[in-house]
Design a protein around this ligand. Structure first.
Ligand code: NAD
Length: 346
């Protein structure tokens, strides 16, 4: 197996987990890290034994030879320019969600990488969570027959702004942040959507964007999918960062409950299974579900970087991005959005 050499842009909060994830996988060499804040780059280099640090992405790309890919783990505003910079040097791109701050910029990112002949992957990790993979497998195996109705739910009162203060300042918050994961899960489980209707609102007075979004999607299969997300929910059972799912089909239902339990119910009764996340040494047990899914995502992206198939390509994630921006359009214009003809925000 050819060793792949890569560099990281961004030494902030999420890089701690993203880099730890790469370190779990064989055949990789992390040669450099770049952050305009030199101390952050230095601290991350010391923590993970990264040989070179830079404060300017152009310097990194000029000095580091034979990079197979770069991993962009910066605030969303930098994703497109950094991806274009790497693409212009013929280097493949892996980038954090959300892809870019607007739908036209997402399209530009995909087009720039195609024009330069480099691969683009979005590091979309939620769909790789162990219990969600099991739900997908049960659906594909036909355990409940054809599904007709589903709820995908991420409702929490977790103080997400403590770890990621920049989220307070976003004009558009929950749909671009957790919404990028939740709408991607809807696509992963149920395929593409035909139309959607969305309502949003802001409850927390100390943030700029919306912290509630309710999206009703009609999938091309005819399934009705209700995706609900909130960062203002004060609940007895605080399950952050778990996504809860209920799918109803012609022969029964599948429920992803808290504590990684998947319940399969038919007219004979209910079977419950536990699908615990893997506890790598660096994983925070409270967030194990999300942290461990990083490794499975990265293993899949490496397959794509080595010439095989990977799930969350730029083209694939463009469809998730379209759902995000169609949801904003629906909420702002009080309209049902026909996705085949959605060309607003272009
Ligand atoms: N997949 C997930 O589950 C998940 C979870 C959290 C965050 N994220 C994503 O990770 C990304 C980063 O989030 P974060 O919380 O680490 O943000 P952060 O603000 O903690 O870190 C971003 C870092 O990027 C650096 N940076 C800015 N411009 C740069 C440039 N041009 N070149 C190199 N570095 C630059 C900043 O100085 C900062 O240190 C975001 O896209 C976020 O949505 C994903």
């Amino acid at each position: 197996m050819k060793e792949l050499k890569f560099a990281v842009f961004g030494a902030g909060f999420w890089s701690n987990y993203q880099i730890a994830g790469w370190k779990e996988l064989p055949g990789l060499k992390l040669s450099a890290i770049c952050d305009p804040e030199q101390e952050k780059a230095r601290a991350m280099a010391e923590k993970f034994g990264i040989p070179q640090i830079y404060t300017n992405p152009k310097d990194l790309l000029s000095n580091e030879q034979d990079l197979d890919f770069i991993d962009i783990i910066t605030e969303v505003d930098n994703h497109l320019p950094l991806a274009q910079l790497a693409a212009s040097r013929g280097i493949n791109v892996v980038c954090q969600k959300p892809m870019a701050p607007s739908l036209p910029e997402c399209k530009q990112m995909v087009e720039s990488c195609k024009t330069s002949g480099v691969k683009l992957f979005i590091n979309e990790n939620f769909r790789w969570q162990a219990p969600l993979r099991r739900v997908k497998q049960l659906l594909d195996n036909g355990n409940i027959g054809a599904p007709f109705k589903a709820r995908v739910s991420f409702c929490s009162g977790f103080p997400v702004f403590d770890n990621q203060p920049f989220l307070r300042t976003l004009d558009r918050f929950i749909l671009t942040d957790i919404g990028s994961h939740i709408l991607d899960i809807c696509r992963f489980l149920f395929g593409e959507a035909r139309n959607l209707r969305c309502l949003t609102r802001r409850v927390n007075p100390d943030i700029k964007g919306e912290d509630i979004a309710n999206v009703l999607l009609e999938m091309t299969s005819g399934l009705h999918c209700y995706a609900e997300m909130s960062y203002a929910s004060i609940l007895e059972d605080e399950v952050f960062p778990q996504t809860l799912v209920l799918v109803e089909g012609e022969y029964g239902s599948i429920e992803l409950c808290s504590d990684y339990t998947v319940k399969i119910t038919n007219r004979q009764g209910t079977i419950a299974e536990r699908h615990n996340p893997q506890l790598y040494s660096w994983v925070d047990p409270d967030y194990a579900l999300v942290h461990s899914s990083i490794v499975d995502t990265q293993a899949n992206l490496l397959q794509g970087l080595r010439g095989g198939e990977a799930e969350t390509t730029g083209d694939d994630n463009l469809q998730t991005s379209k759902l995000i921006w169609a949801s904003y359009y629906s909420a702002e214009n009080n309209e049902l959005v026909d996705l085949a003809n959605f060309n607003h925000y272009e």
